[in-house]
Design a protein around this ligand. Structure first.
Ligand code: HEM
Length: 179
């Protein structure tokens, strides 16, 4: 997983739970280099899971809740860091359709070792069906990013989530925007 994800998870943990709790969480996660990450580095996905498990032990907040919140945080980072991806867009569906067709393809050119999810998509009128597919099972992160994109474009989306594979590696999002 790219270092930018780790840098931002730790930033959010510190922002939400405070410095003392953040230290306790990092200690508890047993990270090989003491929680020092660079944005361009690549680190095992398991370390991100360890941080979330430790944060859950220290704070009692459920992991999907943290991942969702992280999605909101990460959206702000992306919107600020990659404004070109948002140009000419007026609706969250414009952005969400492009994640698979364009944005993540460009991300792979920048970081060839990035591990990205797949998003199958089907749009009909005011409904977008997005299927999240990833062995990393982070659909709650996708949910947070989707909610944040609705907020960003100021469009109130109805978001229904259906688990297609019981391990969470395939999740269907049915998104409905007002007509
Ligand atoms: C400008 C917009 C975006 C950029 C620059 C971007 C970039 C990235 C990067 C760098 C990663 C980490 C890859 C790795 O760790 O190896 C990532 C992961 C991810 N992205 Fe995006 N992304 C963007 C928008 C979105 C949006 C809108 C969604 C939601 C639908 C999304 C869903 C995800 C998910 C769920 C992951 C976690 C990896 C997984 O589940 O397998 N991204 N993205």
């Amino acid at each position: 997983m790219k270092g930018v994800v780790f840098v931002e998870i730790l930033e959010m943990v510190e922002e939400v739970f405070g410095m003392a709790k953040a230290d306790e969480i990092i200690q508890g996660a047993n990270l090989p280099h003491g929680g020092a990450y660079t944005a361009v580095g690549t680190y095992p996905h398991e370390e991100a899971v360890n941080i979330l498990v430790s944060a859950n032990k220290v704070t009692g907040v459920e992991i999907p809740v943290m991942l969702n919140q992280f999605g909101h945080h990460l959206f702000g980072v992306f919107a600020k860091g990659y404004p070109a991806f948002f140009e000419g867009m007026a609706h969250p569906f414009d952005l969400l359709e492009k994640v698979d067709d364009y944005i993540h393809i460009e991300v792979l050119k920048l970081y060839p070792d990035a591990q990205l999810p797949r998003f199958d998509h089907e749009r009909e009128d005011n409904v977008l069906r997005l299927t999240y597919i990833s062995p990393r099972q982070m659909s709650s992160l996708a949910e947070g990013l989707i909610e944040a994109s609705a907020k960003h474009f100021n469009v109130p989306l109805d978001i229904q989530m259906r688990t297609l594979d019981s391990d969470g590696s395939r999740v269907l999002f049915i998104l409905t925007s007002p007509k």
